[in-house]
Design a protein around this ligand. Structure first.
Ligand SMILES: *[C@@H]1O[C@H](CO)[C@@H](O)[C@H](O)[C@H]1NC(C)=O
Ligand SMILES: *[C@@H]1O[C@H](CO)[C@@H](O)[C@H](O)[C@H]1NC(C)=O
Ligand SMILES: *[C@@H]1O[C@H](CO)[C@@H](O)[C@H](O)[C@H]1NC(C)=O
Ligand SMILES: *[C@@H]1O[C@H](CO)[C@@H](O)[C@H](O)[C@H]1NC(C)=O
Length: 583
């Protein structure tokens, strides 16, 4: 996203506290990977009011004690420990001064903080250490490739190595004096302001490593391909691995193999007959991520997408709500591929500064190819279930039309809910208008209060007792031309009495057949986060909300049905969630 340089903010004032960043802003030419706010905070204004009310901090979604975070970086497992690095401003609750903060975990749930692993220290990164990825080399050694901002404010790619491989925490990182390893030059035609976020490397049959780096040429987004024999000397391939017109800058590309049979994850270098590949990109222009599923020929380095599209709103997405700059890694211990993604705030910058922090990470998700081959499926890592306590069950309950049922006996502001609905007869389904191509628009038009034929039915989370506030996650079933259409919505329109926040509604069409399958929903509620998985992980929507009344003990949970037909809750199980050790 472009640095907006329109402010009259004094560069000299910035210089005193934000040296390495200030000239970047003065010149206003470098394209930052993340929103840049001109009023960067100085340390005085950063004292977090610890006595202040903090109802929106999370209990089990990853966040540091204070300040700004964005992209997850270099996730990996090493000697049985999970590592998460992330973009972090050590000085304030807005973007700036970015370093790689670092935490480790034995279970992806409880985290121990370490000092920043990578921070500006050499010419190739003196003006910023931006996103990147870890690769485990065949001898078990991890390396990190990341984007540095050099003194000319160019985006270049650098490498860092662990100093002491016997330390499972990998606290110290050293940078190669050969940095940068990849840089824009006069001859390679790379746009120096649009060249960032190297992926995990993969090894081809020719023994060469490959990585891709996000870029664009004019409005054409692309994943530039590089090859290397030794991970140090990199050569740009003639053709990008993939590109698409009119998509703008591709940030945080991710390219990985998935198995065509079962949930098992694959090493990033895997290929062969039972393997498909996934290319995900984060579009800087729209702040939405899209992925395609396709075939990759590692001999020719050609990737051909078969499902999904980066260009259109109808493309496949991991999450149809707030979720950006995501990155996967192969968990070689548990043989699964795990997805991390950043959830940003929906509040104003002033509110972020007041509360002293901004940004959290989504619950890591196991990700695999659905047996149809048409899409990926995601599910929170099973380890998160150890936080469950105080189970509440509801079995075979009738949810009459026009009613709601309270799910009581749990901490509704900090909970995990699994529910499955059975609809029965489908003849009351409204006709689906073929003009409804955009699920988000349809969810915005038909919020939870809009009565339907079958549905809306689902959950009202973070609800105040009098329902002045709630975030509703629900389904509607329509009768399409030759099949039923299931719409899943996350309705934030009444999430808070405070109107200063972004309350965009989100939606997705779920590929499930309500005539044959139950409709399932799992929702992770964590004070200001409602992270939902519909159709057993086929459709995910993450919402960020800031209720005024429905906080802590003021929060309630309801199942509701605002349609013209009764539905059955065949099974609802909910748990209060214990607090994780977050950092
Ligand atoms: C800290 O927050 C509390 C509670 O919101 C408020 O009463 C108090 O005035 C705040 N103190 C400062 C110094 O802002
Ligand atoms: C290079 O990227 C910058 C930042 O997005 C943009 O302003 C500029 O127009 C790009 N240059 C070309 C030639 O595409
Ligand atoms: C963060 O949230 C705001 C408002 O909710 C949104 O407009 C913006 O695009 C988001 N940014 C990113 C990087 O996701
Ligand atoms: C209800 O769902 C929970 C959680 O998925 C499961 O443990 C339980 O066995 C289910 N009960 C029935 C009766 O299906």
């Amino acid at each position: 996203m472009a640095i907006s340089s329109s402010s009259s903010w004094s560069a000299s004032l910035l210089l005193c506290c934000l040296c390495f960043f200030s000239s970047l802003i003065r010149h206003g030419t470098v394209e930052a990977s993340h929103q840049v706010f001109l009023h960067l905070q100085n340390s005085e204004s950063l004292t977090v009011n610890s006595s202040a009310d903090q109802p929106f901090r999370t209990a089990y979604h990853f966040q540091p004690p204070k300040h700004w975070i964005n992209d997850p970086n270099g996730p990996m497992i090493y000697k049985g420990l999970y590592h998460l690095f992330y973009q972090y401003n050590p000085k304030g609750a807005v973007w700036g001064n970015i370093v790689w903060a670092h935490s480790t975990s034995k279970d992806l749930v409880n985290w121990t903080p370490h000092k920043p692993a990578i921070y500006p220290s050499q010419p190739a990164d003196i003006k910023g250490c931006w996103s990147g990825s870890a690769t485990i080399l065949p001898d078990g050694k991890p390396v990190i490739l990341y984007t540095g901002i050099n003194p000319e404010e160019q985006q270049v790619q650098n490498i860092a190595f662990p100093k002491d491989l016997s330390d499972p925490y990998l606290v110290e990182w050293v940078k190669s004096p050969k940095n940068p390893l990849m840089a824009p030059t006069a001859s390679n035609k790379i746009n120096a302001s649009s060249f960032r976020d190297p992926t995990t490397g993969w090894l081809g049959p020719d023994g060469m490593w490959r990585v891709i780096i996000g870029s664009k040429r004019r409005r054409k987004g692309m994943a530039i391909l590089y090859r290397s024999k030794d991970f140090i000397h990199w050569e740009k391939a003639k053709r990008p691995l993939h590109s698409a017109k009119k998509t703008g800058m591709w940030e945080c590309p991710d390219f990985f193999p998935v198995s065509t049979s079962g949930h098992v994850g694959l090493d990033t270098s895997a290929s062969g007959p039972h393997v498909k590949h996934v290319l995900k990109v984060s579009l800087d222009d729209t702040k939405k991520e899209y992925y395609t599923i396709g075939t990759y020929n590692p001999t020719k380095d050609v990737y051909v997408p078969t499902k999904g599209s980066i260009e259109f709103d109808s493309g496949l997405r991991y999450d149809y709500g707030k979720f950006y700059a995501s990155k996967t890694f192969f968990d070689s211990d548990k043989k699964r591929r795990v997805l991390w993604g950043w959830i940003n705030e929906s509040s104003t910058r002033d509110n972020d500064i007041k509360k002293g922090w901004a940004g959290v990470q989504a619950i890591p998700r196991t990700i695999w190819l659905h047996k149809s081959g048409k899409q990926l499926v995601q599910w929170p890592v099973t380890e998160i279930e150890k936080l469950r306590t105080g189970q509440v069950d509801m079995c075979n309950k009738l949810l009459k039309k026009g009613t709601k049922l309270e799910v009581s006996g749990l901490t509704a502001s900090q909970a995990d809910v699994e529910v499955s609905f059975e609809v029965g007869k489908l003849d009351k389904a409204e006709k689906f208008d073929p003009g409804w191509t955009n699920a988000q628009d349809l969810c915005t038009e038909k919020v939870a209060t809009v009565k339907g034929g079958i549905g809306p039915f689902g959950l009202k989370t973070l609800a105040s007792e009098g329902l002045e506030e709630y975030t509703a996650i629900f389904f509607r079933i329509f009768k399409g031309k030759d099949k039923f259409v299931v719409l899943m919505c996350s309705d934030q329109s009444r999430s808070s009495l405070d109107n200063s926040n972004d309350k965009t509604n989100y939606g997705v069409f779920l590929d499930v057949d309500p005539a044959k399958e139950k409709l399932s929903l799992r929702t992770l509620i964590d004070h200001s986060i409602v992270e939902s998985f519909g159709g057993e992980g086929k459709g995910c929507i993450t919402a960020r909300v800031y209720p005024k009344l429905a906080t802590r003990d003021g929060a309630h949970l309801y199942a509701f049905n605002n349609g013209c037909q009764d539905v059955h809750i065949s099974n609802l199980t909910a748990w209060s969630m214990k607090k994780a050790q977050l950092n």
